[in-house]
Each structure stands twice: as C-alpha cells, then as structure tokens.
Design a protein around this ligand. Structure first.
Ligand SMILES: *Cc1c(COP(=O)(O)O)cnc(C)c1O
Length: 386
C-alpha cells in the first residue's frame, strides 16, 4: 500500500485512501421477524471505481443510493456483473465476525479473471468490507439465526455497445440485515428435478457467481413454486446428472452395508459453484472421517466416508427404493443448510428421509458445528473479527 499520492503506482486497491461520508439521516434496524431477505439496505455502501489506465481510484464509504450509469454500459447489455455473498455475525460479546472471507476473495478473483475484470487485493478488500460493516455495525441483528448479509459486486461500466472487455468497472459493496432463514423453524424443502432446464453446462460459467447464471433460473423457479416445490434440483444431460439445488450446493448421504455413512457431493468443475459452506462441510466431514485427527462432529457418532463424485437420478431412485438413502441437503451462506424431504421427478415424488424434527442426524450436527463457528460460539480460525 502506498502512503502518498492519490493512487498507488500499480493502481491497486488502497485502504489508506478510504474516504468516509456519513449518512446524515441514518435509519433504524427493523425487528428481525419483519426482515425479508435482501430488501432492507443499510445506511452506507462502499464504492471503488477502476479504469484500465489508472487502476483503482480512492475507495469511498458513502450514503446508500442509486448509481449513475451510461445507458450503453456493458453491464446493462452483456451482463458483465459478478457478485459475492457473505455475512457478518455478532457474537455473544457483541463483536462482529466474518466467516472465512479469504474464500470469498479467492472466488471473487477467479470470477474477475474469467470476466476480464481487474483482480482485487483480497486482504485490502476484506479490510474495506470490515470498515463498511463497522460503520453500519448497528445494522447487524443480534437475534438467534440473524446476520448482516454482505453483497460485494463488480460491474462493467464501459460505455458503448461493442462486446469487448470493460475498460472501466465499478466495485461496490452493499449490506442488508437478514432474519432467520425460516421464521417458524428450519423446515425441510421440496425440490422439482428439472429435466427441461439447465443451470450450468460444460465449458460454461456455472462455477462463477456471474449474474448471467441466475437470470435463466427465474422462470423455472416460478414454475416449480406454482407446482408446490420450493426449489429446483438442477440436472444435466440425458443421464440426469445431479448438480445443484436452487442456489445451493448438493449433498447426499447413503448408508453403506458395513454401517458407515457415505457423504457425497458432486465434484467441482465448471458446473458446480465452489461454495464456502460446501467447502466447510467437506473440511469438517473429512476431519471426522480421518482417524488420525482428534476432531469429531459433535452429535454424530457414526463413521463417515466422504466422496466428491458424480451422482445421477438413477442412483437416488435406486437408493430410495432399497433403503440406503440416508439424507439429502443443500448448503449455502443464506440458509447454511436445508434438508430435502421430497423430490418431484418424472411425474412422481421421491420421499427423502429427514428424521423426526425435519432434519437428519448428519445435517443437524453439521449445521450446529458451522453455525457455532460463524457466531464465534465454537472458536476456530474460520471466524475473523471485524
Ligand atoms: C452462492 C452459491 C452457492 C453457495 O455458496 P456459499 O459460498 O456456500 O454461499 C451454491 N450454488 C450457487 C449456484 C451459488 O450461487
């Protein structure tokens, strides 16, 4: 970081140039039971402009408000937009914490490289996000299961209709308080396995948080909801390979003949979004499965085997029929973990075991462990103090 001048020699993100303009009319955090996901902006946002010639300008924290864009801006025509999703949580001492922000930074930069956007210094960007969270700290709800959702975004702002790499971008971050995912407890969800629509495909960008990956899912999601299903189970190809659940990663567990439980998730490639929650589940499950580590997932005494391998609808149908299907759940920052109780597939419903309280034993134990680490009840290096 440079300590002089108005921009760094390399034009990198510079924390020392941060300018903060306070909102003269700060709002009030609504009661958490009235919060609708992503509908309540906080008082401030962070913005940083970037140009090919000069690099990043001085970062600014300023009152939340509309952006001004040229009508021919690249983002408005060719979907040059990418985002991240992360959260700040307050621990029992009122200290704000982030969860594995380095993973979000890694993913953001992978996306930027694919989109032809500039890379950001992940450590500096994390510090800027911490400053923003700190300025809007009173917007972090403290009720159980609540958090402050953080949405880092980068858009191509270059004016002109040519389909070329954007020579100017806007990096910005907005915040929104998030209530508990389900006000009335964590209900299991139903999925419609779509044999008609595809979310991601080989060679595509489904493994990035690009705006363009989500637009095509809106109508199928609305249709699924009309048929009484919560989300889509995204399949690929003639063999109906399983990929993801709505905007969550997919996990399936099977009970093997030798009594061990196999936890399976589709392998990362260009189809699967590399979820931070997915990675957290895999880390915990692998540590549990490894007899040379002392770590065990609390409340889950059974032996685990962890696999990243392809799964097909025929595997689910067979395991459901012979009683070896144990649990199915989706993972993501918004809900952490949601159990699946039913999958609509080829005009019939597959019933998925969920356990008495609507969530199977592995999902329950993993949820407790991850949530505990997020809110700092379980100390770990994954939790980063703001
Ligand atoms: C964001 C996202 C996920 C979950 O990622 P997390 O980092 O765990 O929040 C999974 N699938 C898709 C398609 C996503 O956009």
């Amino acid at each position: 970081m440079s300590s002089t001048g108005t921009s760094t020699p390399a034009g990198g993100l510079d924390l020392s140039l941060l300018k903060i303009t306070r909102n003269p009319a700060p709002g009030v955090l609504p009661p958490s039971n009235t919060l609708v996901f992503g509908q309540t902006p906080t008082d401030h946002m962070l913005t940083v402009e970037w140009n090919l010639g000069t690099g990043f300008e001085a970062p600014e924290i300023k009152p939340y408000g509309p952006l001004s864009l040229d009508p021919s801006a690249s983002v408005l025509h060719y979907s040059t937009t990418m985002f991240e999703g992360m959260k700040a949580y307050k621990d029992k001492n009122g200290v704000a914490r982030l969860f594995r922000p380095n993973k979000n930074m890694e993913r953001f930069n992978d996306g930027a490289a694919r989109m032809g956007f500039p890379a950001v210094d992940g450590e500096v960007f994390t510090e800027l996000i911490k400053k923003l969270v700190d300025v809007d700290e009173h917007w972090i709800p403290t009720d159980p299961g609540c958090s402050l959702y953080i949405r880092p975004t980068m858009i191509g702002t270059k004016a002109g209709l040519g389909v070329t790499a954007s020579t100017s971008v806007l990096l910005y971050v907005i915040l929104s308080p998030a209530g508990p995912y389900y006000a009335s407890g964590r209900k299991p969800i139903s999925l419609l396995a779509s044999t008609e629509h595809t979310r991601a495909f080989p060679g595509g960008t489904g493994n990035r948080k690009f705006g363009l990956n989500y637009a095509g899912g809106i109508v199928p999601q609305t249709q699924a909801a009309k048929l009484g299903y919560n989300q889509i189970l995204w399949l690929l190809g003639e063999r109906h390979m399983l990929t993801e659940v709505g905007m969550m990663n997919l996990f399936v567990s099977f009970r093997r003949p030798d009594g061990t439980v196999e936890l399976v998730t589709p392998p990362l490639a260009d189809l699967i979004l590399p979820g931070v929650t997915r990675d957290s589940v895999l880390c915990l499950a692998r540590a549990h499965a490894d007899p040379t580590t002392p770590f065990r997932i609390a409340g889950f005494p059974e032996k685990l085997v962890v696999s990243e391998r392809e799964l097909y609808m025929s595997d689910l149908v067979a395991a459901q029929a012979n009683g070896t299907l144990a649990e199915i759940f989706g993972t993501g920052t918004a809900a952490i973990l949601l159990a699946v109780e039913r999958i609509g597939y080829m005009n019939s419903d597959l019933k998925i075991p969920t356990g008495a309280d609507g969530m199977g034993p592995l999902a329950t134990a993993l949820l407790r462990e991850i949530e505990g680490r997020q809110i700092g009840e379980i100390e770990s290096e994954w939790s980063v103090i703001v």
